[in-house]
Design a protein around this ligand. Structure first.
Ligand code: NAP
Length: 294
């Protein structure tokens, strides 16, 4: 039996169409569109590409967007000043600080400087704290983990009491998705580079979230038959058969996994499109909250 492919691109397109309609209603009601502001410091080509993609996505759904692009030698004060300018801008409702920041910049201080009302990436320590605490709700949850949760919901996965294994514990993916799965009443195991016998742990999993950053590291025969697999990994590998000379693969051995998993996301076309979509969703939510508060 072949696994169901969880089509992140199709799900993201549908949600973005709904966001575009909501944005048009917002604009009609308030006379201005929801706005997203980005801070990009440094010369990391992937970060610049992500910021361009986010700007294009904003245009597509009718959001206003601005980007503060700064050099790799920017100072702490300059980066924090860019955040403050966006905090004060009434046409900006969501702020995105593109990570990683250059090494001389204290990331925590920058993320703390983002107004809680505009923290659409959900990386402010207060939002992450709320996400982790029982009985509390974060105002905004990080985009990639939220995208994973939406994909699980769309795939009809019942998380109540399910064994969920998260591979990776980064601040932007592994940790927050583990917290979200726990809130959804899954029994969560978080694995990382020091984990002993990863295959044995993955074999217990009803749900696997792979967020490692190593091409096809998770082998198909580690998977429990019928498991749901969300592959966050986006790894560029050489591919002479592709006209660009490379392609992207996930952290999970995809083709063989099709014969074992119950459902699985593709790379590309799985989690990636959901990340931008969840950022747009959070920005619209922020715009509504700010507008309603007058
Ligand atoms: P990261 O900060 O490098 O974290 C990687 C995590 O994987 C770490 O916790 C690390 O463990 C763990 N790890 C590394 N090697 C391992 C191994 N052999 N066995 C078990 N765990 C291992 O990466 P990230 O930012 O979370 O990103 C992970 C992947 O997701 C990357 O491919 C990235 O490109 C992709 N990504 C995709 C999206 C999207 O929108 N699709 C968004 C964000 C990230 P330690 O903590 O012990 O070092």
């Amino acid at each position: 039996m072949s696994a169901t492919i969880i089509d992140g691109k199709a799900i993201a397109d549908r949600i973005q169409a709904e966001i575009a309609e909501d944005a048009a209603r917002f604009q009609a009601q308030y006379g201005y569109p929801p706005g997203l502001g980005a801070v990009l410091a440094g010369d990391n080509p992937a970060s610049a590409q992500y910021v361009r993609m986010k700007r294009r996505a904003c245009e597509k759904v009718g959001f206003h967007s601005v980007a503060h692009v700064m050099t790799a030698s920017s100072t702490q004060d300059e980066v924090e000043a860019a955040v403050s300018a966006l905090n004060a801008d009434p046409h900006i409702h969501g702020i995105l600080v593109q990570l990683p920041l250059p090494p001389q910049i204290n990331e925590e201080r920058v993320l703390r400087a983002v107004s809680l009302d505009k923290d659409v990436d959900g990386f402010h320590p207060i939002n992450i704290g709320m996400l982790g605490m029982k009985g509390r709700e974060a105002l905004f949850t990080p985009a990639t983990p939220t995208g994973c949760m939406v994909l699980l919901k769309e795939a009809g996965v019942n998380l109540e009491g399910a064994n969920a294994v998260v591979i990776g514990r980064s601040n932007i993916v592994g940790l927050p998705v583990a917290l979200m799965l726990m809130k959804a009443n899954a029994t969560v195991t978080v694995c990382h580079s020091r984990t002993r016998d990863l295959p044995a742990i993955v074999r217990q999993a009803d749900v696997v979230i792979a967020a490692i950053g190593r091409p096809e590291y998770v082998k198909a025969d580690w998977l429990k038959p019928g498991a749901t697999v969300i592959d966050v990994g986006t790894n560029r590998v050489d591919d002479p058969s592709d006209e660009r000379g490379y392609k992207f693969v996930g952290d999970v051995e995809f083709e063989p996994a099709l014969g074992i998993a119950g459902a699985i996301t593709k790379v590309p076309g799985g989690v990636g499109p959901m990340t931008i979509t969840m950022l747009l969703h959070n920005t619209l939510k922020a715009a509504r909250r700010i507008a309603a508060a007058g």
